[in-house]
Structure formats: C-alpha cells, structure tokens
Design a protein around this ligand. Structure first.
Ligand code: ADP
Ligand code: 5GP
Length: 202
C-alpha cells in the first residue's frame, strides 16, 4: 500500500510520520532535495541532500517517481525504494506536497491520500515560527503556499486534524487498517472462495 501525507508546512507532517511504527509495516520514503539541511537534519535520514545538477540528472534518468518545486527548492521521491518496499508488502509512506501527490495518484490510483491540517491557521503560524528553522520571508512564502495547497484537499481521501500528535497517529493507523480491508486489497482471502474444491467435495 502507498500512503501519501501532505499538508501545509508546519502542520506537523514530519513529526507525525516519524511516530508511525515500523512494526506495523510502515516504511518511510526518504526524498531527494536541493534544499539546504536544517540544523539537526542528517543526510540519508531526513533527506538525501543534493545539488540541482544531480537532481536534474536523477529526473532525466527516470529515477524519481514524482518531483516538484516548493518555495524555490526541488524535491523528489526516489523510485526504486518505493517499488522495492511495495513488493515486500510494506505500507510505504510518502510525506510530499500536493503537486507531487497528484502525480503519484495518476500512476497509482489506489494510493491513499491523507491531508494533515493543524486545528487553526493561528496554530499553523505558531508552529511554523516556533520551529525556528526558517527566516520570516521564508515563513511568509510557506504560509502563502499553504493557502494554495488547501483547496486541493478535494483530491485527497482523508483529512486528519493534527491537534494532538498521538491522536493523529492513531487516526492514520485506523485509516490504514480500514484500507487493508478493501476487497481490492484482499485477493488472497477472496481467492479461497473461488476455488472449485468445495463443489467437487460436495
Ligand atoms: P511539517 O513537517 O508539516 O512542516 P513539523 O513536523 O516540522 O511540520 O512540525 C512543525 C512544528 O510543530 C514543530 O516544531 C513540531 O514540533 C510542532 N508540532 C507538530 N505537531 C504538533 C502538535 N500536534 N501539537 C503541537 N505542536 C506540534
Ligand atoms: P520541507 O522543506 O519543509 O522539508 O518540505 C517542504 C515541502 O516539500 C513539504 O510540503 C514536504 O512534504 C514536501 N516534500 C518533501 N519531500 C518531497 C518529495 O519527495 N516530493 C514532493 N513533491 N514534495 C516533497
């Protein structure tokens, strides 16, 4: 299963996604970006930090499942990791912005799209400034971007309000559990009932 989590910068996507338990099958995709690392971010853990030249090379080699520009920086999802983890039956989580999410939805119509919002816009501003990682001009650009992203929520399958972190994680777990029960994901269980064995026994 492919799960996409989007939402305005500062809504808490990174925080919530880090709380998803790998024991429950979650595998987090690590994106490539041309953005400079923030204090505390580690290459290969938070992102693969790269140059524009290398980013465009990856794009040209079809190594990215999707890509987008976000406030003057490029971001993309490495294709191979996602494909490998899906084939292992993992719940692959992409924490990406809306235009990338729509590209993935085109390629994988069964992807589950979750939009994360904080309870209020004031709280969004508070979280974004409180994080202390961007200057005021960048914060303003990210808030403007948020206003552009929110109307695209109609293309998403679920809305989760991130008021309390554990409650938001529980909601995502519940969505994934319910999605697992869609008949289109239960081929094995259903195939037990399409075998001719029973009528032969009778
Ligand atoms: P995003 O990845 O969406 O840009 P972050 O995960 O970096 O957002 O969160 C932005 C800020 O808000 C961080 O300082 C984080 O600690 C804080 N935060 C995240 N979720 C909550 C929450 N439910 N309640 C209060 N603060 C939160
Ligand atoms: P940040 O700079 O705050 O880490 O990320 C900025 C935005 O880029 C966020 O909305 C985040 O979800 C998004 N993003 C991160 N990685 C990717 C990616 O691989 N592809 C796309 N399309 N967006 C990404």
């Amino acid at each position: 299963m492919l799960v996409i989590i989007s939402g305005p910068s500062g809504s808490g996507k990174g925080t919530v996604v880090k709380e998803l338990d790998p024991e429950k099958g979650y595998a987090l995709s690590i994106s490539v970006t041309t953005r400079k690392p923030r204090k505390g971010e580690i290459d290969g853990r938070d992102y693969f930090f790269t140059t524009e030249e290398e980013f465009h090379k990856m794009r040209a080699e079809n190594a990215l499942l999707e890509h987008a520009v976000y406030v003057s920086n490029f971001y993309g999802t490495p294709r191979v990791y996602v494909e490998e983890q899906i084939s292992k039956g993992k719940v692959v989580v992409l924490e990406i912005e809306v235009y990338g999410a729509l590209q993935v939805q085109e390629k994988f119509p069964e992807a589950v799209l979750i939009f994360l919002l904080p309870p209020t816009i004031t709280e969004l501003e508070r979280r974004l400034s409180g994080r202390g990682t961007e200057d005021p001009v960048t914060i303003e650009a990210r808030l403007k971007k948020a206003m552009e992203e929110v109307p695209l929520i109609d293309s998403y399958n679920y809305l989760v309000i991130n008021d309390d972190i554990s409650a938001a994680v529980e909601k995502i777990d519940a969505i994934v559990q319910a999605e697992r029960l869609r008949p289109k994901r239960c081929h094995e269980e259903i195939s037990n009932f399409s075998s001719p064995q029973r009528s032969e026994e009778a």
